[in-house]
Design a binder for this molecule. Structure first.
Ligand code: 13P
Length: 251
């Protein structure tokens, strides 16, 4: 059985006070969420410590949105995996398309980040996904396949077993255009297939692959019903407790 996960990526949104309030509302609404759905929230760095206090003792897990590719030292402005683990994070998102696009995140850097995350007990939520022009050119399998191979397949089987994958087509992020459940399932099945080719069928059956990109209460149920979709990485709809909880409840 694969873990069902609904994760909220808050991106660079909310003040600390707003984030704490949102976390409180999520804790209050948690009883409505099925017990087998793992809820994760990824607030900005500044919010992690106060949010950790609010969700402490609840079933909500804490994630960062990134971590440094070096363990410590003279890297002004960076936040290390050890620092994140020290304040209660158990996950970190890595390789989000916004980091790849705006901050030059490369596969080489991502391998280093994933290893540091794992060494510090954090489970990486590793993101992949093609751009609109790549999909229009029919290159989405090739692009996503290379993203998975360049990072996940550089890891040992033990390391890779702790990674959650998030497929987020760039053209669906923040656009209101969701991949159809058929489009999403097709590429999720492809990702699972190449993972099976690398690490074996049994291994691939245990990997959770999340869908992200304009996932909302109205489309989550259909997406989550697909055999190879194991939950969602939610952006905009994670900023409203009612919407995020509704997505989790629809699972
Ligand atoms: P939206 O849900 O706002 O499209 O964002 C998805 C995303 O990028 C989550 O990481």
């Amino acid at each position: 059985m694969r873990r069902k996960i609904v994760a909220g990526n808050w991106k660079m949104n909310t003040t600390v006070a707003e984030g704490v309030q949102l976390a409180k509302e999520l804790v209050e609404g948690l009883a409505e969420v099925p017990a087998d759905v793992n809820l994760i929230i990824a607030p900005p760095f500044t919010h992690l410590a106060p949010v950790a206090e609010i969700i402490s003792g609840s079933a909500i897990a804490l994630s960062a949105q990134n971590c440094a590719d070096e363990p410590k030292g003279a890297f002004t402005g960076e936040v290390s995996a050890a620092m994140l683990a020290g304040i209660g994070c158990t996950y970190t998102i890595l390789g989000h398309s916004e980091r790849r696009q705006y901050y030059g995140e490369t596969s080489e850097k991502l391998v280093k980040k994933i290893r540091l995350a794992l060494e510090n007990g954090l489970s990486p939520i590793f993101c992949v996904g093609e751009k609109l022009e790549e999909r229009n050119a029919g290159r989405h399998f090739e692009v996503v396949g290379a993203q998975v191979a360049d990072v996940l397949f550089q890891l040992s089987e033990l390391e890779a077993s702790k990674v959650v994958i998030a497929y987020e087509p760039v053209w669906a992020i923040g656009t209101g255009v969701t991949a159809t459940s058929a489009q999403a399932e097709e590429i999720h099945a492809f990702i699972r297939g190449i993972i099976a080719g690398q690490f074996g069928e049994e291994f691939a059956e245990r990997v959770s692959i999340l869908y992200g990109g304009s996932c909302k209460p109205s489309n989550a149920k259909e997406l989550f019903a697909c055999p190879d979709i194991d939950g969602g990485l939610i952006g905009g709809a994670a900023l409203k407790a009612a919407d995020f909880l509704a997505i989790a409840k629809s699972y």
